[in-house]
Design a protein around this ligand. Sequence first.
Ligand code: KG4
Ligand code: ZN
Length: 331
Amino acid sequence: MIVLGIETSCDETAASVCRNGTILSSIVSQQIIHKKYGGVVPEIASREHDFLLNQVVDQSIKEAKITLSEVNAIAVTQGPGLSGTLLTGISFAKGLAIALKIPIIPINHLEGHIYANFLAKPDLQYPFLCLLVSGGHTQIWNIIEMDNYILLGETRDDAAGEAFDKGARILGLGYPGGPLIENKAKFGRPDKVDFPRILLGRESLEFSFSGLKTSLLYYLDDFEETDDIKLPDVIASYQMAIIETLSEKIRRAILKTKSQRCVIAGGVAANQSLRKKLKEINPQTEFVFPDLSFCTDNAAMISFLGQIKIQFASKKKYQDFSFSSLPNLKL
Ligand code: KG4
Ligand code: ZN
């Protein structure tokens, strides 16, 4: 069984081919045009997908060393994401599936992120905890088995990825903020500035990051570098406030559920300091992280999850082409 995956939920145009659970190709074209605006411009992103999809899919087919006629099904991201960009990908995928007379599988992008962990660890056992940390989401899930997911806590305002992106914008570093902050933080000391770890006073597993970014803004108002404290120290301290908040909530979630396994999903999972901190929580807990290339948005997770879904579905399922994009789709 060969599944072609298509992902256009935000500003990455991506296509991937998965054959019997193995990724044969994963092409991601990041739209660099948004850098000059300091964030993703939805209308431009949709047009870029429209322009890039043909060649990205073509490349994924070539790299997989197959022909289009060998594809048995197409998996496409249905949501959550930007309405226009999702629609562009779905319309393209539907057209292709109709032409090839094959089924189409709408995929939840968040579920895709979670299942990217099975690419890193194919024998991952249920149940497991999942810290889902992306540009739009910060959630802790208890994954009991496929299609049985319990939300334990989420952010009340900004997502962790947003805290990186907005922090980077305040610092004048550029977009996307996560990798830029991570690189600068390597040259600083994370204990130099005491940024707030919000909602740690409560036992709940909820998060809040909007106050953190405001405290960075106010801190920088009066900030001047001295021999004792340099800008990389501020950046490292800011990153550590995000990381410690995430890892403390995961520590509590592990205690609460007595989970033995925890996976991390979404773009922020690429952060090496976060990975290190999580591993220090509890030696008894097994932590799984996706491959770096499968942390941020990609279509490998979409083709892989599509394959799992269609394998366990009845023959009639996924013949329905009437679905549309769901920008606010929940897990
Ligand atoms: O999963 P993703 O690619 O897109 C969404 O579904 O939102 O996540 C993007 C987010 C951005 O906020 C980006 O700044 C963050 O992931 N990110 C990182 C790193 N790489 C990407 N955050 C921290 N450290 C990184 N190395
Ligand atoms: Zn994502």
